[in-house]
Design a protein around this ligand. Structure first.
Ligand code: HEM
Length: 432
């Protein structure tokens, strides 16, 4: 069996077999607990907010916000906002109103206490009504704060929060091949609404937008269908628009130690005084050039991903959850090519792990007869620099780059979960 020269993506002098061996004793050992097939540990309620069924409610209160390790629901409505007021009290008032409405809507109730149809006929209802009769549908609402909420691009500290911005909450760097459109990127605040019924997610976002009138305006939003990840070992792995199983080797809700290491901000981390128990959220709208992909042979597609299309097993192996064996050869060649997505993204070579929670999208067509389709990539991590940025840098030689374009980018700090009846989104951040 031959060993190829060292890849540029791993330290010089280390063969892939040796690197795997080294990490197997350390990093990969810890990572194994967070990867499918190796997932162990317990699901701790209420930290792990689970819906018993697709139509049930997910608990809103817990140590972490729901919508991160919650088993990924089927639909997404993501929205990013610009804050348009300069008045900190107005912003705080809106966050309190949002929290109250989110508490109600995630329980399957109307956004306001009176509801869509029981109020005065002479005033606008405090709920818009399109979710009347619909089940809670596993709705989760997850809030995040962008870097520009703390300090504007020109350095202004508009809400007295500049000193509380944790260093990791910085604008993402640009990457080779980026085609980022500023109008659909960034944002001072975001809400990630996930549900198993699209109307329930859209209703929630619409009502939060309505409650934010005069304080925030919608900067951009994205609808998603068909989760492209599983975030729990209990979920079947879905397929993305390339037709491949996606989420096989994701961090999973059941792997507490890997989540503590790679997803949750800890007490001693920057910003830990208000962000401990929270996480950083990176979003990337990734257009998939599916017409070119569809002309690639099955073999080319599988070499690009590094896994087989049918079972999702690593190339040259049999089971979907078989740990990826980078030394495996088929016909004298490494089965998982060094330019494959899985080779470069796997923790063994990327040196880190992230929790992926993305959704497919099709936003019509582009006027040139091509579908404007892709993956709205969502990742949660303890620090973007050692999470998404590190993996994305390692993907610069990814064969998949020929078939994708990143068109939008954003980063947010998501505070910890709501603790009790009086808590509200951002309380610890705005408390001094
Ligand atoms: C349209 C863009 C993308 C597509 C279609 C895609 C698809 C896939 C597929 C099919 C897998 C293998 C199954 C699995 O383990 O989940 C995978 C794995 C993975 N992807 Fe992506 N991906 C995309 C973008 C990204 C980006 C931008 C990142 C991070 C910067 C990323 C990080 C990962 C990681 C960490 C894994 C797990 C690798 C492993 O541990 O074996 N992916 N992706």
């Amino acid at each position: 069996m031959t060993e190829r020269p060292d890849s540029p993506h791993r330290p010089a002098g280390l063969s892939r077999r040796r690197l795997f061996g080294l990490l197997g004793a350390g990093t990969a050992g810890a990572l194994a607990a967070g990867t499918a097939g190796g997932a162990i540990g317990r699901a701790t309620a209420p930290d792990l907010a689970t819906a018993a069924g697709a139509t049930d409610a997910v608990p809103f209160v817990g140590a972490h916000q729901a919508g991160i390790v919650t088993p990924a629901q089927d639909r997404l409505h993501f929205v990013a906002f610009d804050v348009i007021t300069d008045d900190r009290a107005e912003l705080v008032g809106m966050l309190k109103a949002w929290t109250a409405a989110a508490r109600r809507m995630t329980a399957g109730r109307d956004a306001g206490p009176v509801g869509a149809v029981a109020g005065s006929p002479y005033a606008p209802p405090d709920d818009t009504g399109e979710a009347l009769g619909l089940a809670p549908s596993g709705l989760t609402l997850t809030v995040g704060f962008g870097p520009t909420l703390f300090t504007t691009a020109d350095g202004a500290d508009r809400f007295g929060l500049a000193s509380r911005r944790p260093k990791p909450l910085a604008e993402l760097p640009s990457f080779p091949g980026d085609a980022i459109e500023p109008a659909i990127s960034g944002g001072d605040l975001c809400i990630q609404a996930c549900a198993n019924d699209p109307q329930v997610a859209v209703h929630a976002v619409r009502n939060l937008v309505r409650l934010g009138a005069g304080v925030v305006s919608v900067r951009w939003s994205q609808l998603g269908f068909g989760r492209t990840s599983s975030t729990s070992t209990g979920q079947a792995t879905p397929r993305n628009l390339f037709g491949f199983k996606d989420g096989t080797n994701n961090l999973k809700a059941e792997s507490d130690s890997a989540l503590d290491r790679f997803v949750w901000v800890a007490d001693g981390d920057p910003g830990g005084d208000w962000l401990a128990g929270g996480s950083y959220l990176v979003t990337r709208r990734i257009r998939m050039l599916i017409e070119s992909w569809d002309t690639a042979s099955l073999d080319e597609q599988e070499r690009t991903i590094g896994r087989t299309k049918g079972t999702g097993a690593p190339r040259g192996q049999h089971g979907e959850f078989d740990p990826v064996d980078f030394t495996k050869q088929v016909d004298g060649e490494f089965a998982v090519p060094e330019t494959s997505h899985v080779f470069l993204a796997n923790p063994t070579n990327a040196g880190t792990a992230i929790l992926r929670r993305g959704y497919s999208f099709v936003d019509g067509s582009d006027g040139l007869g091509r579908l404007d389709a892709g993956l709205f990539f969502i990742a949660y991590q303890r620090d973007p620099a050692t999470g998404f940025v590190q993996v994305q840098r390692n993907l610069r030689a990814d064969a998949m780059n020929e078939y994708i374009r990143h068109t939008s980018s954003a980063v947010f700090a998501c505070p910890p979960g709501i603790r009790g009846a009086d808590d509200w989104w951002g309380r610890a951040l705005f408390s001094r």
